[in-house]
Design a protein around this ligand. Structure first.
Ligand SMILES: *Cc1c(COP(=O)(O)O)cnc(C)c1O
Length: 354
């Protein structure tokens, strides 16, 4: 039994893996593999349409919000967002809460003016900045809702009169939010939704067509909207696996139901970190992520033997990111509570607790 705490690509529901494997052999009883199946066929068009509709339903999106599945990871959106929303002489506000946010800032600077309105770099990104002002003339405010590497998460989405843009790669579909309050949401699929190679983009169409720049065809969201997210060959297999995950999420009760389970998993692990004298959390408590739990051992010399011990129990993927060290346990939607319990039991046993 493997307990998969990988940060990304990461765990998917077992039934999704099985159904995806079956479709690789024989998609929809066509006798063809999904890997060799045409995207402009009724069967695949139905996949794309159901996936887009399920996102709308799970996020309870209004009619202004369009759902797209696009090529490339979240990193492609670092440039595609400002290319579509920000004119050369205009300004956008960005929050610097980690490596991914900084990369988004770097790309946005290629297209317009960027004002970094807050940063938690001074403490190696271990907290979420609270007091900052967004200039009125910013075209939008960009946030990273969950900082995958450091294990911080915006528990409260900042209120702003400016349009709101969010990189939700690592906490999409993990908690109930007012998704209509966002004007653009993007997420690489490989943390909470599917395999890598596809990006979910949710965009308020009223935001588009407001700039003077000529946008390359494939980069212009409007073209993808007009073509039903089938402007060119979509990542067929990746979209199919996303659909399977979305169906799974809906079948267990949707975002509200998974949020309860995610809360339970996070509480279980953080409680152990806080009560076990061998371990310390690295993040300011109020900003702790429910998706990526970062912690260190008070005696770093014990870390390699703890890692060895957990590996012997089938625990995979808890070694911390190189910029933080220690451990990072990712508790994405598909990870069962029982896997977290195995990790917690390992921490207790290692500390000589009963
Ligand atoms: C993983 C991740 C990215 C990068 O995604 P790619 O698909 O590799 O481009 C960006 N932002 C966040 C928050 C992430 O967790």
């Amino acid at each position: 039994m493997v307990h998969n705490f990988n940060a990304g690509p990461s765990i998917l529901p077992r039934t999704v893996i099985e159904d995806a494997a079956a479709a690789v052999l024989n998609f929809n009883n066509t006798g063809l593999s999904i890997l060799e199946y045409g995207h402009r066929t009724p069967a695949f068009t139905a996949v794309m349409e159901e996936a887009r509709a399920l996102v709308k339903e799970l996020m309870q999106l209004d009619a202004q919000h369009e759902v797209l599945f696009l090529h490339g990871g979240a990193s492609t959106q670092f440039m595609q967002v400002p290319m579509n929303l920000l004119d050369t002489k205009e300004k956008a506000a960005y929050t610097d809460t980690g490596v991914w946010g900084s990369k988004a800032i770097k790309e946005a600077k290629l297209f317009g003016k960027v004002e970094v309105v807050c940063s938690s770099k001074d403490k190696n990104y271990t907290y979420i900045p609270k007091d900052f002002a967004v200039p009125n003339d910013s075209r939008y405010l960009h946030i990273t809702t969950n900082n995958t590497i450091y294990g911080t998460q915006w528990q409260k989405i900042p209120k702003t009169s400016n349009p709101l843009v969010a990189d939700m790669s690592s906490d999409i579909f993990s908690r109930v939010l007012d998704f209509n309050a966002f004007d653009l949401i993007y997420a690489g699929a490989q943390k909470n939704m599917g395999p890598s190679g596809v990006n979910l983009v949710v965009v308020n169409k009223n935001m588009l067509g407001k700039i003077k720049r000529t946008i390359p065809t494939i980069m212009d969201y409007r073209n993808h909207i007009n073509e039903g997210s089938m402007l060119n060959t979509p990542p067929v297999f990746a979209v199919y696996v996303c659909l399977l995950t979305l169906r799974w999420l809906q079948s267990i009760g949707g975002v509200a139901a998974i949020e309860k389970i995610n809360n339970e998993k996070a509480a279980l692990l953080y409680n152990e970190i806080d009560s076990n004298e061998l371990f310390t959390g690295t993040v300011k408590k109020e900003d702790r992520s429910k998706m990526n739990v970062c912690f260190v051992m008070n005696d770093p010399a014990l870390e390699s033997s703890f890692l060895e011990y957990t590996t012997s129990l089938g625990i995979v993927g808890i070694k911390g990111h190189r910029s933080v060290g220690g451990f990072r346990a990712s508790l994405y939607n598909a990870l069962p509570v029982s896997s977290v319990q195995v990790l917690v039991d390992a921490m207790r046993t290692f500390a000589g607790k009963k």
